[in-house]
Design a protein. Structure first.
Length: 93
């Protein structure tokens, strides 16, 4: 699974899966194996705000921390996303 960063953020890896690049830009967060089971999923808007599609095993506090990190770094993350996907931000046509 391609990771946005090689390090954990708030104890979680931030990544996407090669089979889901047909969706709008999003970020999975998982602390263990990089699988969708138990992971959170954030769709990313063009201003860095996120929509939580799935909370997984993360607490509300962890979700808020990750949302803040994504908001602060979404432009850099988007460059990695666009290198493998033709889709844009969540809510764009």
């Amino acid at each position: 699974m391609p990771k946005y960063y090689d390090y954990k953020v708030c104890g979680y890896y931030l990544y996407y899966t090669s089979h889901c690049i047909v969706e709008a830009m999003h970020v999975h967060a998982s602390g263990r194996k990089l699988t969708e089971a138990g992971s959170a999923k954030f769709f990313v808007k063009n201003n860095g705000d996120t929509v939580v599609e799935k909370q997984g095993t993360l607490t509300d506090r962890e979700i808020r921390l990750l949302q803040g990190f994504i908001k602060d770094n979404y432009k850099e993350m988007y460059l990695k996303w666009r290198a493998v996907s033709d889709t844009g931000f969540y809510g764009e046509k």
